[in-house]
Ligand binder design. Sequence first.
Ligand SMILES: [Mg+2]
Length: 215
Amino acid sequence: MRQAVILLTVTFLFAGGCGPAGPPATQSEPTKKELSVEEKTQNPLRIVFYDFDQTLSVIHIFHETRGAEDVSGENDQFFVDAFGGEERIDRLKKHFERLAQAEVKCIIVSYGYTAVIKESLTRVGLIGFFKEEAIFGRDSEALTRFKGKKHKVISEEMGSESISYEEAIFADDSKKNIDECEEDGTCRILHVHERRGLTEKDLVFIENELIMQSN
Ligand SMILES: [Mg+2]
């Protein structure tokens, strides 16, 4: 049917003596339709907000170090163990590489100290996946201003880049933080209910959102 319409249009244009300069309206219509179908099937994930303790790390570094503000004195093995071992660290690297490739932004919103989070990520080679301004610790201006309400920091970040509910995921082992985010309707949620860091299943859940984008 569409072919017939195009054929008729081409015949009409020939008859009318129209040059190739202005594309006929009937040709632009199917293109528009094709684009809108693409838009619907494309997954919209644009940003992921991660808690730190027991979400990226498997242990609670803040509690384990008794709330220390400087953990640079800890040995390398402490950090390897904190992230669940070499194999899990490699898996996390692969995860963040996949997100970076799909141009999905990664943000950390945590009750740990910003410097402790940065030191921990540096020691296991993950710091490169986070921009300087992408780590909000307990001492950050935003988390202080919102009195520790993570979903409000998330909401503000999303608002600054016009990111919608569907385009963002928040992952945290704290049920309270997850529930608050859900009640507020801020963004999609992923509860790390084992409280031993993001599992393979959790990582795959996030990465599955990227499949459509890489096609
Ligand atoms: Mg946590």
